[in-house]
Design a protein around this ligand. Structure first.
Ligand code: GDP
Length: 464
């Protein structure tokens, strides 16, 4: 603790100086931060894979693994051994007052990876939305065993919806782990059959084929994760392992120069002597922040001091766009902080709006969207009741083909007006901190759900 405290020298740099330092530090270390989300049909092996990965990287001790095995045997899930590792590691669970998604960290030679996960979550998709809203790359796990890939890929399975969702939330790169190949004696035909079905689908969902990687794996036995010690697989595969692949994921250009925006995904109380007081976590959508900065919490008029910054559970003098952080704050009452609060520079706060226009892509839905439709609006970790108040136009390939449409069917791209619905016993209109996608890509992205189904994804065009 003391060591950490000493390291926390306040830089007190000007914004431009800090941005320059950040870029220099990054170039020197060669290590970049990356956020990963794991998706796929239930039981495909997501938790097992991540548990195994952490174990092989030494992030999960033999003792924890044994304890997990024992714990999972007790509940009658013998093969669940690794899946439990994630729960044990999610320390946010113990200290958090409000839990959004648990995050775990690990390193490859050139990447500091934050794993955004919500395994076993009751309502997985909303949790995935807040996770995917922050992810740079998705790892999709599909079950290669007989009949199981098909069950997950056909209508009603989650494979397609997850791929659509992550893509529409801005994730451009996807790694598909074709799992449980031990169940089919490492058959290359089976692997080829699955990749042949998945590839065109992923391209149609908007992933470019150069950003789509397939890997044959077995999560349980740990084959082709860190190493590949399986003669049956070696007979026909000599490509990269999962770790090799993660280490080479291209990191998107980060908007360091854009004003700071941190949508808060968790608020809790720091419990140690050094890290006491109110703490918030979230991802920097843009900008940089350093210890000693004064930042403003929107909505509200409150300003807080940044006392400590934690990046990947280590204290750091500053944090930059693309990183997931915990900030310990002073000078602010926690009642002014909640999930969905956006932390900003005092001079450049984000605007609060109750109405905006968005360009949306309509998903596979049962009943078409009509003007006035009541929906749930998702923006980062926030969700609010809203109405699609106007259907302005439908476009195709960037051209408006119809004005004032009566309905929106699946697959259409449309410009709509969205209005937040204020609660019946409030005199003030409901608002949300929002920006146009042109001003801030990550702050300008929304999802629209209705009766537990994601019906559209969109980008914010204009704030009304
Ligand atoms: P999730 O729902 O996607 O997180 O799936 P889990 O990780 O809970 O795994 C579902 C089941 O598949 C468990 O019983 C695992 O033991 C099993 N499983 C996972 N990976 C493998 C594998 O590589 N081979 C085999 N045979 N079973 C696996």
């Amino acid at each position: 603790e003391k060591e950490k405290f000493k390291e926390r020298a306040v830089l007190s740099m000007k914004y431009e100086e800090l941005v320059a330092k950040v870029k220099k530090d990054e170039a020197e270390s060669g290590r970049k931060s990356l956020s990963l989300i794991v998706v796929g049909h239930v039981d495909a092996g997501k938790s097992t894979l991540m548990g195994r990965l952490l174990y092989e990287l030494g992030e999960l001790s033999e003792k924890e693994k044994t304890a997990n095995e024992r714990g999972s045997k007790k509940v009658g899930k013998g093969s669940f051994a690794f899946a439990w590792g994630l729960d044990a590691l999610g320390d946010e669970r113990d200290r958090g007052v409000t839990i959004d998604i648990a995050t775990t960290h690990f390193h490859t030679p050139h990447r500091a990876i934050t794993l955004l996960d919500a395994p076993g979550h009751k309502d997985f998709i909303p949790a995935m939305i807040s996770g995917a809203a922050q992810a740079d790359v998705a790892l999709m796990v599909v079950d290669g065993s007989p009949g199981e890939f098909e069950a997950g890929f056909d209508r009603g399975g989650q494979t397609r919806e997850h791929a659509w969702l992550v893509r529409s939330l801005g994730v451009k790169e996807i790694i598909v782990g074709v799992n449980k190949l031990d169940m089919v004696s490492w058959s290359q035909d089976r692997y080829d059959e699955i990749t042949a079905a998945m590839k065109p689908f992923l391209v149609s969902a908007g992933f470019s084929s150069s950003k789509t990687t397939f890997l044959p794996i077995a999560a349980m036995e740990g084959v082709n994760i860190l190493e590949r010690d399986e003669p049956l697989l070696n007979a026909w595969y000599s490509g990269p392992t999962l770790i090799d692949t993660l280490d080479k994921v291209e990191v998107p250009e980060r908007p360091y120069e854009t004003p700071l925006r941190i949508p808060v995904s968790n608020v809790f109380k720091g419990q140690t002597a050094v890290a006491s007081g109110v703490a918030v976590s979230g991802r920097l959508c843009s900008g940089v922040v350093q210890v000693g900065d004064r930042i403003r919490a929107v909505p509200g008029d409150e300003v807080a001091n940044v006392r400590t910054i934690e990046v990947d559970e280590d204290s750091a003098p500053y944090a930059v766009a693309g990183q997931n952080v915990t900030l310990y704050l002073s000078g602010i009452d926690p009642i002014h902080l909640s999930i969905g609060t956006v932390l900003c520079p005092t001079s450049l706060p984000v605007k609060l709006v109750s109405q905006f226009t968005a360009q949306i892509l309509v998903f596979d839905l049962q009943t078409p969207i009509i003007a006035g439709a009541a929906v749930e609006l998702f923006h980062h970790s926030m969700n609010l009741p809203a109405n699609i108040t106007k259907l302005i136009s439908i476009s195709e390939k960037g051209q408006v083909i119809k004005k004032n449409p009566r309905v929106l069917q699946k697959g259409t791209t449309a410009l709509v007006e969205i209005t937040l619905r204020s609660s019946p016993n409030s005199s003030r209109p409901a608002t949300i901190p929002l920006e146009t996608a042109a001003d801030n890509k990550e702050m300008g992205r929304v999802l629209i759900r209705r009766s537990g189904e994601t019906i559209a994804a969109g980008v914010v065009m204009e704030l009304v």
